[in-house]
Design a binder for this molecule. Sequence first.
Ligand code: ADP
Ligand code: ZN
Ligand code: MG
Length: 478
Amino acid sequence: MSNYEAVIGMEVHAELLTDSKMFCSCRNEFGGEPNTRCCPVCLGMPGSLPVMNRKAVEHVIRTAIALNCVINPNAKFDRKNYFYPDLPKGYQISEYDNPIGESGWIEIDINGVTSKVRIRRVHLEEDTGKLSHVIGDESEVDYNRSGVPLMEIVTEFPPDMHSAEEAYAYVTALRSILTYIGVSDGKMEEGSMRCEPNLSVRPVGYEGFGVKTEIKNLNSFRAVLKGAQYEIDRQIRILQSGGTIIQETRGWNDARQETFSQRSKEGEQEYRYFPEPDLVPLDITQEWIDEIRKTMPELPRAMRERFVSQYGIPEYDAGVLTQARSVALFFEQTATLCGDPKAASNWIMGDFARLLNMEGIEIHQSKVTPTHLAEMIKLISQDVISGKMAKELFEEMYETGADPRELAKLMGPQISDESSLGAILDEVISSQRDVWDALIAGDEKKFGYMVGQIMKVSKGKANPQQVNRLLRERVQSS
Ligand code: ADP
Ligand code: ZN
Ligand code: MG
């Protein structure tokens, strides 16, 4: 659309899956009555001391491994000082100049083309409390989130991403990795994963960088895509009309689908970072790293490639199926049990995904098991039930978790014999006289309609191939 190119870096915050908070034993769980999961440590009371959560450190090491980072054996914590009501201590414990992971990368795909997005750092910090219910000039603060272990992942400079689609592909791929390795639940709607694109534009061919803006706290992939695109267009529009970009943080208004100014960087404060005196530096030994590496699951891309070569399913299917590990595992078990990987893929990506979506649950929470889905697929290939019956049977199985073989018995067998089908044909032809006359007069569009009526009268039990053949014979001999 123009002779400008976008330049995009990304900061992602992910809350870590641990039982307790980063520096105290309060529960780390989303929600709860406000201010019921707090103690002197996460409320920043004078005299309280932090105790490091080993699991959280392990999660960040695990992430650093998955993101191909170099791991700092002596990563340390620092204090980032600032005042805000959601930060009772007056500082956040974070990692400044010695993060756990550095210089990593992941791969993303756009239209079948793979590229690398380099990662500058992965560090560990603590989340703040949550301000809400701003009524007039009143606010409420909930410290349940205060001190929850939080990981920050920042992409490298100069940035590798140049379009909103790439930004979207990056956050999607990253979420997949984080959930696969079990360090975060990736629930964007609960704020467990928050994305902040940093974005500037420059004339194509120009080697320098334009002034950047940062979009804060995007909590859906769609917002990343839409927000980044909006911001690219906005900046280009300003430059084309001779204006200048102000360095600022911007928010995303989802209802209006536009970004808005929050604060300019002029007022950016000095954080007066210094090493956290209450915590010793980490001592990340090679043995520790190796131990964590041993428990690493197969990552999404590797799994995707394996699915294509091992099961012969299309790239597209493999990509969809490996986005979430629970789906990938479900597919793999079903495919192995039924011996028809493409059928397994079709059911999981189709009817199954639709029902799960409607109910808003994950595949492993469903009553359908890989064994049952595989059984059902076998019933179709053995001609015990038709594809149409299977759709109905699947819904029933989804609702109740019943064994498909039992359900198939209740539904009765598929109708394939010519005399029963002939009787149904007669019935439909006489009740649909006009349609039938039009069909034999040459109106081919009516053929599908007649097949549909026959299927309906048979309650979905007629064998569709047989129905097609018999109806065709009738038409030809009429
Ligand atoms: P800040 O301190 O303002 O958060 P950082 O230097 O930490 O900025 O960079 C944050 C992200 O922004 C990184 O991913 C970085 O690569 C990216 N970035 C830095 N400068 C620019 C720029 N001019 N345009 C686009 N992205 C940028
Ligand atoms: Zn606490
Ligand atoms: Mg920033």
